[in-house]
Design a protein around this ligand. Structure first.
Ligand code: ZN
Length: 849
């Protein structure tokens, strides 16, 4: 990707010279499927008339006019930038270009629906891809008013950031004239166009009425549960308008479910895009509805924090994302039916954050972002999950009332502007009276996670054991030695007639390497001591031997869902750190998962159990463990309550785990109707899941996959078939998948995602071993030839993680260390190596223990 980078220094220099008033962007979407017409007129001031440039990535520029004078496009345009010279104090520049439709989900994505042959378009601009659609000063602090005009086929709807006036159609073409936006950054502008299905509604709130609309492809209309989506939307508006004490800043709220989307969703101002896998065509568990609601509320929070007030540069991306994540979980807990959302947060987001924070490539939350490459690789577990954990802590630190009051001042003071973290801290410090600089130094400017470990001495006085000494030890990894200040609760849990229940919780401040806890001395020893009870801080936790023993026997008796989730996260972390052998972890999961009520925790545990069996267990004992895992899951799946979410989750896990001939017979029978599990509905996606499991085991071939696809001629069906084909266990099937992935332009981003997802099941390590060297040979050409998202997806997705060996670790490290390896590639290789090295250590632990 040469030539398309932008450094922070360049951006700062440009915003020193330039202030933009407006863009008029005219797009002609009526032509062929390769390119579209794009004409931009930008009005801006140049204080010193210094030459500058517009960003534009396009195959062809036919006109560049500066204040009425034509420049030669051949010399002004280099493929990524349009050089502007001859500037006055006030300027009007016009650029005419042909831009490319993309199939990678970056810029203007074009998709043809196999269900009905209809074409759909949408844009995705974060971080630097508005320039693939129009000429633009592409940096967040050059806000401007955008006026979009779009010519489109008459049968289409066009959606953008504002409302449109539509002209009568002429010669089959309709012109959509959108109102000017308020001052916004280019990365949150958007255009969606196509024969979208729409459901319209409105929200009546304290500050007036907001028009609402939900869009999806025509072929998905039957799966659009607009009532549920709009219900979450209205609850969100009521909650946020009150919390932020600021009206919704845009004129309408359109939510567009789009195909082949790379992320979960995007917070375009007033025009949210979501991956349309969020419209459920088959039965999913309530965890999926919970996750979707979190996403809806996350994007909505960005309308204020991100779109109304915007980071000056990408180094504050973490704050943007962490705020939206924190605000969305808070809204879920306080305004929707998912009152347990902090439990999900503790189980899913924190595991993600912990994993990322222990990679060799971890970084401070507030990272130095030198250029666009830096920010692209930073959409990670530090930016989203650790940042949100730490922000939750900050709220506790300054107090919720002061935090909210500071936030309200921040929105009032900086509306439509750009800010840095300091601007927010100024308001929080003013409201709370607390100096946040020490907190910032500990939590935002240093990387790495601490471990809190209880140190307990028990004196047994005539059969009544009591604590004689109690302390919390704090540790840090040698590469990131910072010890921090933690507000921590310590929960004491006892076994009794109502299970494992909390007797007492003590809050203390932990600082330095050892903090004594005199409050505990003299108290009766507990069956379980849970450090970080209530999840107040971001830390790894460990258990004393009594507590570990209690968990191994009775974790299912722990009644409180947040406490259970914290315990599971601690145990998973011990597995990953080679402190708990895989087979003991698997036994723990099997003892607890059947009694776990929280679906998101159930699904996390089933996934972690599978990793423990397939990756972290001693290879010499793996077949025995596999059988134990599969047999136990079979029992759980067949005994689960008919029709329940648990049943669905367990059947999926069991069918993925088993290789027993009688089980595979049963699964085949479920597909042909000769076997069934009471209460289980075999809808399309469950059928695909089962067929893919058979394909992995060599029990379903091309013909079976083609037959299944004939029953499901949809884009989702095609992707399921891609996954199934790539998952077949033969060298030939792997080579076909490999060749398709490696040929530029062969697969769309969604087909790529599915093929990668099927390519490397851990059970197939013998056939996959041959591809490890091919991978290392191909990395640099993938990086050079593909756009960022595609390159990242391939380099991360094909890393030979299932080939757990020192050779893979050594080769990845030596390739990463070559002087010509670009930083993002180096990062991906080092992260792959760290995963494999962790698996090697865990396997050794399992073999020894
Ligand atoms: Zn976000």
């Amino acid at each position: 990707m040469p030539g398309t980078n932008l450094t922070r220094d360049e951006a700062e220099t440009r915003s020193g010279h330039v202030s933009v008033a407006s863009y008029d962007v005219h797009l002609d979407l009526t032509g062929d499927g390769e390119t579209f017409g794009s004409t931009t007129t930008v009005v801006f001031a140049s204080a010193d008339r210094a030459s500058t440039w517009l960003d534009l990535v396009a195959p062809e520029v036919s006109e560049v006019t500066v204040n009425g004078t034509a420049l030669d496009p051949q010399t002004a345009f280099d493929g990524a930038r349009v050089r502007l010279s001859g500037l006055a104090e006030q300027n009007e520049v016009r650029v005419m270009a042909r831009c490319s439709y993309m199939t990678t989900g970056e810029g203007m994505h074009r998709f043809v629906d196999p269900a009905d042959g209809q074409t759909y378009l949408y844009t995705q601009f974060e971080v630097p891809d508005a320039r693939r659609v129009f000429a633009v000063f592409e940096q967040p602090d050059l806000k401007a008013r955008f006026t979009f005009t779009v010519d489109a086929p008459e049968s289409w709807l066009v959606v953008s950031n504002t409302q449109a006036a539509v002209e009568p159609s002429r010669d089959g073409v309709r012109c959509w004239q959108f109102e000017p936006t308020p001052p916004i950054s280019s990365y949150v502008t958007a255009i969606c166009a196509g024969p979208y299905h729409v459901v319209r509604s409105e929200y009546q709130g304290a500050h007036g009425t907001i028009p609402l609309a939900v869009y999806c492809r025509a072929s998905l209309a039957e799966h659009l549960d607009a009532d549920e989506i709009l219900d979450v939307t209205r609850r969100g508006f009521a909650f946020f308008e009150d919390l932020f004490d600021h009206p919704y800043p845009f004129s309408a709220y359109d939510q567009v479910f789009v195909p082949e989307f790379n992320a979960g969703a995007m917070e375009n101002a007033g025009c949210i895009t979501y991956r349309d896998e969020y419209l459920f065509r088959s039965r999913v568990t309530d965890a999926a509805y919970e996750r979707r609601a979190e996403t809806i509320l996350h994007e909505m929070a960005h309308m204020w924090f991100g779109d109304l007030v915007t980071m000056r540069w990408w180094n504050d991306l973490w704050l943007n994302e962490s705020f939206a994540t924190w605000a969305s979980v808070l809204a879920q807990v306080e305004a929707t039916r998912w009152r347990q959302a902090w439990t999900t947060f503790a189980s899913a987001e924190k595991l993600w954050a912990l994993r990322q924070d222990q990679l060799p490539t971890t970084h401070p939350i507030s990272a130095e972002i030198r250029d666009l490459q830096d920010v692209e690789v930073n959409f990670d577990g530090i930016t989203y999950a650790k940042g949100a954990s730490v922000l939750k802590q900050l709220v506790a630190w300054v107090g919720r009332d002061a935090f909210v009051a500071g936030l309200r001042r921040y929105f009032r003071r900086h509306a439509w502007g750009n800010t840095t973290l300091r601007d927010l801290f100024d308001e929080l410090e003013a409201e709370s009276g607390r100096d946040l600089s020490a907190w910032e130094q500990e939590w935002l400017l240093t990387a790495g996670v601490n471990t809190l470990r209880p140190v307990l001495e028990v004196a047994d006085n005539a059969g009544a054991p009591r604590y004689a000494y109690a302390a919390i030890d704090q540790e840090a990894a040698s590469e990131h030695p910072t010890l921090r200040s933690h507000r921590v609760a310590i929960g004491l849990y006892d076994r009794g007639p109502h299970g494992l229940t909390r007797r007492e919780s003590i809050e203390i401040d932990v600082t330095g390497s050892r903090t004594e806890v005199p409050h505990l001395v003299g108290l009766a020893a507990a069956d379980l001591v849970l450090v970080n009870d209530e999840d107040l801080t971001f830390t790894k936790i460990r258990f004393d031997s009594t507590s570990l023993d209690t968990l191994e026997r009775h974790i299912g008796d722990l009644g409180d869902s947040l406490a259970r989730s914290l315990a599971w996260t601690g145990l998973t972390d011990m597995l990953r750190d080679a402190e708990l052998p895989a087979r003991r972890f698997v036994a723990l999961v099997l003892s607890g998962v059947g009694r776990e009520s929280d679906l998101s925790v159930v699904q996390t545990l089933l996934a972690q159990g599978r990793v423990a069996v397939e990756t972290y267990s001693d290879p010499a004992g793996r077949d025995v463990l596999r059988r134990r895992w599969a047999t136990a899951l079979s029992t759980l799946a067949h005994e689960a309550e008919p029709g329940s979410d648990h049943q669905l989750a367990l059947v999926r896990a069991w069918s993925a785990a088993t290789s027993a001939p009688e089980d595979l017979e049963e699964i085949s029978g479920m597909l042909d109707g000769s076997a069934h599990i009471p209460g289980l509905v075999l809808d399309r996606d469950l059928r695909w899941h089962l067929l893919q499991r058979l394909a992995i085991r060599g029990r379903a071939d091309d013909t079976d996959i083609a037959a299944a696809l004939a029953q499901d001629r949809t884009s989702a069906g095609e992707r399921q078939a891609d996954l199934a084909r790539a998952a077949r266990p033969t060298s030939q099937a792997k080579q076909e998948a490999w060749d398709a992935i490696m040929e530029p332009g062969k697969l769309t981003n969604a087909a790529m995602e599915a093929t990668l997802a099927g390519f490397a099941p851990p059970e197939q390590v013998d056939v996959l071993r041959a591809f490890a060297q091919q991978y290392f040979d191909a990395v640099m050409s993938v990086w050079r030839e593909r756009t960022f998202h595609t390159a990242e997806r391939i380099i991360t997705g094909l890393f030979p993680r299932v080939v757990v060996s020192q050779e893979v670790v050594d080769q990845a490290r030596s390739d990463a260390d070559r002087p010509d390896t670009p930083w993002p590639v180096r990062r991906m290789l080092l992260e792959g190596a760290a995963d494999v090295e962790r698996a090697l250590r865990a396997q050794a632990c399992d073999a020894a223990g």
